[in-house]
Design a protein around this ligand. Structure first.
Ligand SMILES: Cc1cc2nc3c(=O)[nH]c(=O)nc-3n(C[C@H](O)[C@H](O)[C@H](O)COP(=O)(O)O)c2cc1C
Length: 182
């Protein structure tokens, strides 16, 4: 059975390059996985640790729980993680939705190294399975796009393909490890 991958873009911008990176990743693995896009980042309430959160939070957590893996693509703003993405991740801490969840992280920005490092820290502290080969920084991403808003640079596309396939391997390896543990 094909695994289900939930994609989360950390950008709410129209014509986002991170959305384009997700689209490129999807095109590479569409025959090998079912892709579900999380579209609700901008409508999640601010995190307040409410034990009975809004239905948007419940639905977001459910999407993560049901997915076999998660692909997160994010820009960097002011040397940090976009607030809306950090807010979404904060909602998953106590519910533990990312525990043992295979994840790939692509940070596509101008530089992106600081948001990338912070996201890796967060995703690993909430116990997702995020090996180094599932973490990718794509600097100067806007220069790698064509006029139609697609990722067009062959080297960048190759890196995205590799990361997407590494996520599939991560999902399979995690599944086998969990099976062995009973
Ligand atoms: C307010 C603002 C702050 C930004 N700060 C950074 C930054 O600190 N580091 C960086 O690498 N890029 C920074 N950028 C550039 C974005 O990461 C870049 O435009 C990226 O393409 C945005 O992602 P998107 O195309 O998916 O919306 C910033 C952009 C904006 C609008």
């Amino acid at each position: 059975m094909k695994p289900t991958i939930l994609t989360i873009s950390g950008s709410l911008r129209a014509n986002s390059s991170n959305d384009a990176v997700i689209k490129a990743a999807f095109d590479f693995i569409k025959d090998k996985a079912n892709i579900v896009a999380f579209e609700g980042l901008g409508t999640l309430p601010h995190f307040d640790d409410n034990p009975n959160p809004a239905k948007e939070v419940v639905a977001f957590r459910e999407l993560i729980r049901k997915a076999d893996g998660v692909l997160i693509c994010s820009p960097e703003y002011a040397f940090g993680v976009p607030g809306s993405l950090k807010n979404a991740l904060d909602w998953t801490v106590t519910s533990g939705d990312f525990v043992s969840k295979p994840v790939a992280l692509i940070t596509a920005a101008t530089g992106g190294d600081k948001a990338h490092a912070a996201l890796l820290l967060t995703l690993r502290v909430i116990s997702s399975v995020l090996p180094d080969d599932c973490a990718l920084i794509l600097p100067y991403i806007r220069s790698k796009m064509n006029a139609a808003g697609e990722v067009a640079d062959p080297a960048t596309l190759s890196l995205i393909e590799q990361a997407a396939n590494n996520l599939l391997q991560n999902i399979e390896a995690t599944r086998l490890a969990q099976q062995e543990m009973g």
